[in-house]
Design a protein around this ligand. Structure first.
Ligand SMILES: Nc1ncnc2c1ncn2[C@@H]1O[C@H](COP(=O)(O)OP(=O)(O)O)[C@@H](O)[C@H]1O
Ligand SMILES: [Mg+2]
Length: 395
């Protein structure tokens, strides 16, 4: 039950209180703020669970799980999803995979972690540690690298994190050099815990801003351009991130947006992937179905993130994760809650990302050339937003 409980619990995040106090954009009670001379509506209150991480071992997918004799945990998951009696869906295969996604852990090892480790005591090298945030796999601190006094972020990974995930993250981050990817500084082992040092991004995760303001189209276009640039780079290296969402996009003091959290990133050079990893609401249909998938899965998640920026939350966030997985496969592609509020150009961009058939989706390169991206505002807006957040909200 431990893993399931973790899966279904959203960690309290920055500004939870402020968020609950905010009004709905466009509503009579909506609050607003002036940023760069623009009236910015404060985001609607929402406090849905988002931090649901999924792991799956493909070798276990062949086991024949039916409805008879399923574990108690599975029954509870079905019931909490409203799937019982006449409500039980017809497509048991998707349901079975959904349950596995939410309950089965993945533990495959490859390569050697020791090859990446710096042999030094991080408690002597890093000082002034200050807790920033907690993700599904790690607690992240702001700290100072004492030999150079450089401010940095230190991700201390939870003891139960799989070695594969650690290798994915360190191996990918140390190899990727791009202005839209968080910069890696080094990895250390201390009393069985992995310390991952990287550049500190003052603006924190994009989710904090999603909770606080309602983004306009040219601001969404700016964020999309930033993350698409990182995707063009990683996809050209035959890597798939597999966990694109606002929680994994960090904002720098100069307004740059950078992709982080490469714990689930994989190399696809040999073959397409069937391992299932990601976070339900942002997950592509082919990933849920356990089909081979490639970089197009990141494009679907990016489309969901664009909706998240526009509406404040991804589609289906109000329904339990298992039911959401089922609906992602069964429903037509999602879009923004109220399409009449948005331009055809933005709706077209969303639809180019959110095709059910992966081969119908545009690539990161094609999307960078979509008309919507030409609408992007300058980095100044995001820079001001980071200052506004620092002045108004304590971390
Ligand atoms: N380099 C960084 N600078 C500032 N904040 C960071 C940095 N890295 C991570 N964080 C914060 O910590 C959170 C969790 O980090 P993440 O790498 O996503 O961990 P997990 O693998 O546990 O999800 C992020 O959502 C963000 O709020
Ligand atoms: Mg994360």
């Amino acid at each position: 039950m431990g893993l399931l409980k973790k899966l279904l619990t959203r960690k309290p995040s920055f500004g939870k209180k402020d968020k609950a106090e905010s009004g709905s954009p466009g509503s009579a009670e909506a609050q607003s703020s002036q940023i760069l001379g623009e009236e910015i509506p404060i985001s609607p209150p929402s406090n849905f669970q988002r931090d649901v991480h999924i792991s799956f071992d493909p070798e276990r997918s062949s086991s024949d799980h039916g409805y008879v004799g399923i574990p108690e945990e599975w029954k509870q998951l079905l019931e909490s999803s409203g799937f019982h009696g006449e409500q039980t869906p017809q497509d048991t295969e998707i349901l079975r995979r959904g349950i596995e996604l939410l309950t089965v852990n993945r533990s495959k090892k490859k390569g050697k972690l020791a090859d990446y480790l710096i042999e030094a005591d991080p408690t002597i090298l890093f000082g002034s540690l200050e807790r920033l945030d907690e993700g599904a796999c790690a607690t992240v601190y702001k700290g100072v690298y004492l030999p150079t006094r450089q401010v940095c972020a230190i991700k201390i990974v939870k003891a139960n994190t799989s070695e594969t995930s650690l290798l994915n993250e360190i191996g990918t981050l140390s190899a990727c050099k791009h202005e839209n990817i968080v910069e890696y500084m080094g990895a250390y082992l201390h009393e069985g815990q992995l310390w991952l040092a990287m550049e500190y991004l003052e603006g924190g995760k994009l989710t904090d801003l999603v909770y606080k303001i309602a983004f306009k189209e040219h601001q969404i276009a700016y964020i999309m351009r930033e993350i698409l640039s990182s995707l063009v780079y990683i996809h050209s290296e035959n890597l798939v991130h597999r966990d694109i969402k606002s929680d994994n996009c960090l904002v720098a003091a100069d307004g740059r947006v950078k992709l982080a959290d490469f714990g689930f990133c994989v190399d696809t050079i040999q073959r397409k992937r069937t391992t299932i990893i990601g976070t339900p609401f942002w997950m592509a249909p082919e990933v849920i179905k356990g089909q081979d998938y490639d970089s197009a899965a990141d494009i679907w998640s990016l489309g969901v993130m664009a909706i998240e920026l526009a509406d404040g939350d991804p589609p289906l966030i109000t329904i339990p994760p298992l039911r959401a997985l089922y609906e992602i496969v069964k429903l037509p592609p999602p879009s923004v809650k109220d399409p009449t509020k948005w331009s055809d150009t933005f709706l077209s961009f969303l639809s180019c990302c959110l095709k059910k058939e992966p081969t119908d989706r545009m690539t990161a390169n094609q999307l960078l050339n979509h008309e919507f991206i030409t609408m992007a505002c300058s980095s100044e807006f995001m820079e001001t937003l980071v200052e506004w957040k620092a002045e108004n909200f304590a971390n």
